[in-house]
Write a protein that binds this ligand. Structure first.
Ligand SMILES: [Fe+2]
Length: 393
């Protein structure tokens, strides 16, 4: 059967004109048993559309791992390392991941008491909620929620960001929609299905910037903190989930687990899509410690340019304010795709091209079970080319 494509089921809140290329539902193939030709097609589609949805799929952990690995045959370990998660109890990710023993690259995530499953004993799962992470959680009203944390799936220390992530829903509790509040003074809010995963395009994030910020984006690199998830575990997030408040609560570097400079990651702020050549604004705002901005290239106009002679921003507030100014426009309600999960959905997404966030909170007895897989990549993401810099700087 040939591969068929359909648009993603966009909610009425989305500005369809901004989603013409983003996301497709893929029909007519079983993603667990793709022929080599189908796999090649799916790979091209993934980089072209950044998020692919397959519905009503039966997928074993082995098949999910194989599909994920097919995007990077030299990758092997889970995006945060196969053995590190359990050891690093201080990490903010620690309570949310249970490893499938047979296939340690696949994690069971969700909410509620999961029965014995794929070799795991019965286990209590906890859906991350903004109430434990944001500086000012709003009053607990079951009708409202927030974006927990906008991010890409990446260790951002020692290991390279996975090319793709696969998320497969096994149990999806039903319940009324919630209002996702931004609580940042804009009045923005978004109607979301209970426990949605929210996605935004990194390409759109770059495309909608004004020229002076595009110029900064193609010249900038982000330096991440060592062990960023341990570093940030004691800090609080902003009400939009798009970065941390600057309160001096990050764990001091000398209190982090042992680290070295070689493991620290410095990535360009924009990453080049290997198939389309488009630039995607790819920054995990919570983990960034410094921004390094190159001077304008020779011949570029200094008229209205920001940081024309380059800069090395080390002040956390300054770093975060600049990133927020560049990233906040792209999480506007009309630019968010909140996926309405059904059981047996598989979302395959371009982890180097989009950001996503957990949303919503469940009652303790609402059982949600998902399998998640991503693999630390065998290469670094590619930044803008000299031509890109010349075009946008
Ligand atoms: Fe994630």
């Amino acid at each position: 059967m040939a591969i068929e494509l359909a648009p993603l089921p966009l909610p009425s809140t989305a500005d369809a004109s901004k989603f013409t290329e983003f996301g497709r539902e893929v029909k007519g193939v079983n993603p667990g048993e793709l022929s080599p030709e189908q796999l090649e097609q799916v790979q091209m589609l993934l980089y072209k559309h950044d998020a692919l949805l397959f519905r009503n799929v039966d997928l074993s952990p082995e098949q999910q791992y194989a599909l994920t690995k097919a995007f990077d045959l030299a990758s092997e370990s889970y995006g945060h390392g196969n053995n590190k998660i359990s050891k690093e109890a201080k990490s903010i990710l620690h309570p949310h991941l249970k490893t499938i023993p047979r296939v340690p690259q696949v994690q069971l995530i969700g909410n509620g008491l999961a029965p014995a499953h794929e070799g795991l004993p019965p286990v209590e799962l906890k859906h991350p909620s903004h109430t434990t992470f944001h500086k000012t959680p709003h009053t607990i009203d079951p009708g409202t929620t927030r974006f927990y944390r906008w991010h890409m799936d990446a260790a951002l220390y020692e290991l390279e960001p996975p090319r793709v992530t696969t998320l497969y829903s096994i149990r999806v509790p039903q319940g009324p929609h919630q209002r996702c509040l931004y609580d940042d003074g804009t009045g923005d809010e978004l109607d979301v299905p209970l426990g949605t995963t929210a996605f935004v395009s990194g390409k759109t994030m770059f495309d909608i910037l004004p020229p002076e910020l595009k110029s900064v984006a193609v010249r900038a690199k982000a330096r991440y903190a060592p062990h960023p998830y341990v570093w940030m575990a004691t800090a609080h997030a902003m009400s939009t989930g798009l970065g941390l408040e600057t309160e001096g609560l990050e764990l001091p570097l000398e209190k982090l687990p042992e680290w070295n400079e070689e493991g620290v990651k410095i990535y360009p702020v924009t990453w080049k899509n290997p198939v389309t050549g488009n630039l995607h604004f790819q920054v995990h705002p919570c983990g960034v410690q410094e921004l390094l901005i190159d001077p304008l290239p020779e011949g570029a106009s200094r008229n209205g340019a920001l940081y024309p002679d380059g800069a090395s921003l080390k002040d956390l507030k300054e770093v975060r304010d600049l990133l927020y100014k560049m990233q906040r426009p792209a999480i506007a309600p009309s630019l968010v795709y909140p996926h309405d999960w059904r059981e047996k959905d598989l979302m395959l997404f371009h982890n180097r091209g989009i950001l996503h966030s957990v949303v919503g909170q469940f009652a303790p007895d609402q059982l949600r079970m998902f399998h998640q897989c991503n693999l630390a990549a065998s290469d670094e993401p590619i930044g803008p080319s000299a031509e890109d810099v010349a075009a946008y700087a």
